[in-house]
Write a protein that binds this ligand. Structure first.
Ligand code: BG6
Ligand code: MG
Length: 223
């Protein structure tokens, strides 16, 4: 584990870390599954976290056992329907939806000159940050449409570090998803998991909730 002093930047996941939009993603996928008469399996919730819209749809359609029964046009239509439902749920988003302790943590990072980047797979990320009023904290954001591979591939975190002018090893990556923690570990950044131990066993550092995210608590765990 690198020393706390080598850390110069923080790479943030968005959904499920900065705000609890992961529950809205889940609700919107669940509704699509019901519409397509696909049995919603409890493990879908964790499997779909951090995974792109298209890859998430593939997970659902694979569960039918005949994913090729749908044309490319139908698949595009399903992805649009899911996104429309998700966007409708986002209407309730406001600064009150920021995860506990997150504004204080971002403020602390900024005050201490850490570089701050966004490594979200979501094409809706700019809209979500805007609704939360947090856009100005982020010096760099990866555009997920430019990626060759999604999480668990490390590309998004390597790119985010590069955009900040840092090596991944100089960064913390913060994630709530298994695929995200795998991606951070593979990039060489230090993985910080937010959530339950059984789900995020691969995280190098872990906190139950964002309320515990402070530089002092991170320093403690990096010893
Ligand atoms: C990730 C979410 O942040 O973004 C996934 O964890 C989601 O659940 C993915 O599928 C893509 O989001 P969007 O907004 O582009 O459909
Ligand atoms: Mg997430």
């Amino acid at each position: 584990m690198p020393k706390f002093e080598t850390i110069k930047g923080v790479l943030f996941d968005l959904d499920g870390v900065i705000t609890d939009t992961s529950v809205y993603h889940e609700q919107a996928w669940h509704a699509l599954a019901d519409q397509l008469q696909i049995d919603w399996q409890p493990q879908f919730a964790e499997q779909l976290k951090g995974v792109s819209r298209e890859a998430s749809l593939a997970v659902l359609l694979n569960a039918t056992g005949h994913p090729d029964a749908y044309s490319a046009e139908q698949k595009a239509q399903f992805a649009t329907e899911k996104n429309d439902r998700y966007l409708a749920l986002l209407q309730q988003l406001s600064p009150a939806s920021i995860a506990p302790g997150m504004t204080a943590f971002l403020t602390e990072l900024k005050a201490q000159d850490y570089r701050i980047g966004l490594a979200s797979a979501s094409k809706n990320a700019p809209f979500v940050l805007e609704r939360l009023g947090l856009s100005d904290y982020f010096q760099a954001r990866v555009d997920p449409t430019t990626l060759h591979k999604g999480k668990p591939d490390p590309e998004i975190f390597s790119r985010c570090a590069e955009l900040l002018g840092l090596q991944p090893a100089e960064c913390l990556g913060i994630e709530d998803a298994q695929a995200g923690i795998q991606a951070i570990n593979a990039s060489g950044a230090v993985s910080v998991g937010i959530g339950a131990k059984d789900v995020l066993a691969a995280a190098q550092i872990r906190f139950e909730t964002t309320a515990e995210l402070t530089l002092a608590n991170i320093r403690q765990q990096l010893k």
